[in-house]
Write a protein that binds this ligand. Structure first.
Ligand code: HEC
Ligand code: HEC
Length: 288
């Protein structure tokens, strides 16, 4: 990690601290059925503000994400609200370092419900925990719509021509690429596409798509207008270190706040450090 990255991280942490300092008593999260069944503004977390004080410290039941509707929100408003997020997730939603997830082109529904989970506070505390304290339900919708609207693949930077490069000494701005071992990538591809029957590990592509672009047709509403597979995330080209961290969490079973967390946890406990390393190498290398 270079000095610039570190200073950005320090800024992020400082901002997080400020957010905590300004935060008022946490608003109560929505009752799962209300929040998920319909995208009705009246059932949004904002609407429950008045009852917040009445319900201290009651562990909320997991969110039921099987009956969600396509997300509504304002991507233009979201862009302005997401300015602070760019410090780690990148101005175009492509993370500045392999530790942070890319958000560009991810399903809005997935992003929104992840933000809700950070705010509910039932998932392991992380960098994100203080950063969502002040986000309202509307903010989360808008920001999720904004990142979903960005191209999943960042525009290729103009192929560095004969342009004289920066003479600033020591200013190596490129993120050091994780060295990729082709044998590891091949093993990861095999696990991703075929699973490991001996260990009871299902093929990842069964839910995340053969091209790792998420469940096929995930955004097409079913006959009841629900889009349950929109919260099955796109994994293609996701950041290497982030994938490793997240998969280790599923392996340990520490992310348990929704019906979809349960789905992925049941896969996660079939993983081990070797398969996690292989799959992370494979997925992060796609699209490069
Ligand atoms: C200081 C760095 C930092 C900043 C600033 C930041 N994030 Fe994050 N974000 C992270 C990290 C680290 C993770 C992974 C956290 C984890 O594993 O729990 C993450 C995860 C996420 C995820 C989950 C992605 C996924 O694929 O599951 C979303 C959504 C997200 N951030 C949105 C935001 C938004 C919106 C903002 C601005 C309000 C923001 N982040 C600001 C560091 C940051
Ligand atoms: C039965 C369906 C299913 C299978 C099979 C499956 N997943 Fe998942 N996966 C999910 C769901 C649902 C989520 C969202 C979980 C959540 O909200 O925490 C998810 C989330 C993830 C995430 C988090 C992505 C992010 O941006 O934070 C990763 C990484 C992941 N899966 C990798 C894998 C890998 C690797 C495999 C194969 C070993 C796999 N999945 C197999 C359903 C599945």
């Amino acid at each position: 990690m270079n000095a610039r990255t570190l200073s950005i991280l320090a800024t992020g942490t400082l901002l997080g601290t400020l957010v905590i300092a300004q935060g008022q008593a946490a608003q109560d999260p929505p009752a799962p059925q209300e929040a998920t069944a319909e995208q009705d503004p009246a059932s949004s977390p904002d609407a429950t503000e008045a009852t917040a004080e009445a319900m201290p410290h009651v562990p909320t039941p997991p969110l039921d994400l099987r009956r969600i509707k396509p997300l509504q929100g304002d991507a233009v408003a979201g862009k302005a609200k997401a300015e602070v997020c760019g410090a780690c997730h990148g101005a175009e939603g492509i993370a500045i370092a392999p530790l942070f997830p890319n958000l560009a082109g991810q399903h809005a529904e997935y992003l929104y419900w992840q933000l809700q989970e950070y705010k509910r506070g039932n998932v392991p505390p992380s960098t994100m925990t203080p950063l969502v304290t002040d986000l309202s339900d509307t903010d989360m919708r808008d920001i999720a719509m904004y990142y979903a609207s960005l191209p999943h693949n960042p525009p290729t930077p103009p192929a560095a021509p004969a342009e004289p490069s920066s003479t600033e000494e020591g200013a190596t701005d490129e993120t050091p690429a994780t060295p990729i071992d082709p044998a590891l990538v091949a093993q990861g591809e095999s696990l991703y596409l075929d699973g490991n029957p001996a260990k009871g590990m299902p093929p990842c592509q069964g839910c995340h798509g053969g091209d790792a672009m998420g469940f096929p047709d995930a955004l097409k509403p079913d006959r009841d207008g629900h889009v349950p597979y929109a919260v099955f995330p796109i994994l293609r080209g996701q950041q290497h270190d982030y994938l490793q961290t997240r998969l280790a969490q599923y392996q340990a079973g520490t992310i348990v706040d929704s019906s979809t967390d349960k789905v992925m946890n049941s896969v996660g406990h079939r993983l081990d450090s070797d398969s996690i390393a292989a799959i992370s190498a494979y997925l992060s290398g796609l699209d490069k």
